[in-house]
Design a protein around this ligand. Structure first.
Ligand code: AHR
Length: 513
């Protein structure tokens, strides 16, 4: 009886706070959170399940062009407009040999995909990948095989892609029909090499450092202008410290992978996990600062290639939502609108950490944990597609401080999740607001250290229900509505409908120096 009374009392208190609490968003344009790299809207494709074969690439179907690129998928990828694409893995890289995927298709070497099952056809290889990147106008990132590959093999890949001299591998590329170098600037030194159950050989960080140096030396001597991403491990502080100290000078970025999902019966747990990623990124950024000096010292000239010139930054080269649904490995996920809201919150996290993140890739682009799903006959945009697209479309170049005070959904979780970006030259400011609350929230917007001329436009993403989803059964049905309105007046208070993403773009009249 006593317990019931207490529960009732707590519920009344909670409901009171839900409805009575004042909502306020405060933007301070004088507090910069750093430049937002355009590369934070990147994507990732891997030889895993139907991401590549049957996803972006499929031969002998009227849905594909003469190169085998699925045009219905390409159209959707172009809408997402990723600035960067990472290939070919992921974990699959541990047994992936790039030379199996070049030259005439009949000479390619299909091999068992020892990591994820099925077959790596290698029919979408280096040249097809580069062509795909050129087609969608994005920067390629190649991941090298550290596990069953050799330093020589990695350096030869660099030469095949970037070589301009009269060398065997540059000539091989030319003979395949590509006279101009691909100029691949970003190279990742393996993938999740700390993971003990994977088919790697570096699970000891000291071993990784020692071995990876051989790869780095040969790759950098082949093309000193390339930028390198070392493997970090979000859960392994010791690993990160040893990697940072051991490879300092030679690497430009350290990777951080972040997947979130929902705990059974706790639909809001995913949002709390994203908040956890906020803390994880803060700790990771501090760890980088503590373990690698801003400027490289004591660089040995006999390395014969230059050291990095910028502080080491985070390459969040895999992030996304993994709900462990259908095979392979629970990565065929059908996303609800709740996941669309979570994606927008995650993007807000990435914006808030802009100063420390150089690149981020949603994992993966098609069929595996993906915004785009395909069957042999059709393709569909999942709910998570829409925030990815609209955030990218409203990108401004600098993140600034913004805080929200709003009703609690449950302990430790506010209704509103926000980020803000500014373009000081164009005098534009964008506010990205996610309202997780099923109810509408009316909120004041305070601007500090700037004066707003007017709210130019708003884009609102909403859906019929929190569990609404787009599926291949009805590929033409879209449960997500995108509403765009041109406002053109000064607005100091807005009402955010329940379970929506709102992107407001303001024109500024004044900006404090
Ligand atoms: O994206 C799926 C897998 O998740 C990747 O291959 C691996 O890097 C990560 O563990």
């Amino acid at each position: 009886m006593k317990k019931t009374f207490i529960t009732l009392f707590v519920s009344i208190l909670f409901c009171h706070s839900l409805y009575a609490q004042k909502s306020e968003i405060t933007v301070d344009t004088s507090v910069s959170l750093g430049e937002i790299s355009p590369f934070v809207y990147g994507q990732f494709i891997e030889y895993m399940g139907r991401c590549i074969d049957g996803g972006i690439y499929e031969e002998d179907t009227p849905l594909s062009d003469e190169r085998g690129f699925r045009t219905d998928v390409l159209e959707k990828v172009k809408e997402l407009n990723p600035p960067m694409l990472r290939f070919p893995g992921g974990t699959v890289i541990k047994t992936f040999h790039w030379e199996d995927g070049i030259g005439p298709k009949y000479e390619r070497k299909p091999k068992k995909n020892l990591i994820w099952g099925g077959i790596n056809t290698y029919r979408f290889g280096t040249c097809e990948f580069i062509e795909y990147c050129r087609e969608i106008g994005c920067e390629p990132v190649l991941v090298i095989n550290l596990s069953t590959g050799t330093p020589d093999e990695a350096a030869n890949w660099v030469d095949y892609c970037n070589g301009t001299e009269n060398t065997y591998y540059a000539n091989l590329r030319r003979s395949h029909g590509y006279p101009e170098p691909f100029n691949v600037k970003y190279w990742a030194l393996g993938n999740e090499e700390a993971a003990e159950p994977d088919a790697g050989r570096h699970q000891d960080p000291h071993k990784y450092v020692e071995d990876v140096w051989h790869f780095i030396k040969l790759m950098k001597l082949t093309d000193p202008s390339i930028k390198l991403i070392a493997n970090g491990e979000s859960q392994h502080t010791e690993w990160n410290k040893i990697i940072l100290k051991g490879l300092d000078g030679a690497i430009d970025y350290i990777s951080y992978h972040a997947y979130v999902g929902t705990d059974q019966g706790k639909p809001y747990s995913i949002f709390k996990k994203i908040q956890g990623t906020d803390n994880g990124l803060t700790n990771f950024a501090n760890l980088i600062k503590e373990n690698s000096p801003e400027k490289v010292q004591n660089w040995k000239k006999w390395y014969r290639f230059p050291h990095r010139t910028e502080p080491i930054k985070i390459a969040m080269d895999e992030w996304g939502i993994w709900e462990y649904q259908d095979p392979p490995y629970g990565t065929t996920n059908t996303y609800e609108w709740r996941h669309g809201l979570a994606t927008a919150c995650f993007l807000n996290t990435i914006h808030r950490h802009a100063g420390n993140i150089a690149m981020a890739n949603w994992a993966q682009m098609v069929n595996i944990l993906a915004p785009i799903m395909t069957s042999e006959q059709a393709s569909v945009r999942q709910t998570v597609f829409f925030p990815l697209k609209e955030y990218r479309a409203h990108l401004l170049n600098e993140s600034v401080s913004v805080n929200a005070t709003s009703p609690l959904i449950e302990e430790g979780l506010q209704s509103l999740n926000v980020s803000a970006a500014i373009d000081r030259e164009k005098m534009l400011l964008t506010l990205y607001i996610v309202n997780i609350n099923p109810k509408e929230v009316k909120t004041a917007i305070n601007f500090t250290n700037c004066k707003v001329d007017k709210l130019l436009e708003t884009t609102i993403l909403s859906a019929s229900a929190l569990n609404a989803k787009n599926t291949l059964k009805e590929p033409d049905k879209n449960v997500v509505t995108t509403t765009q309105a041109s406002i053109n007046k000064n607005v100091k208070e807005i009402t955010l409908k329940g379970e929506t993403v709102t992107i407001c773009q303001f024109k500024l009249a004044e900006l404090a120096k």
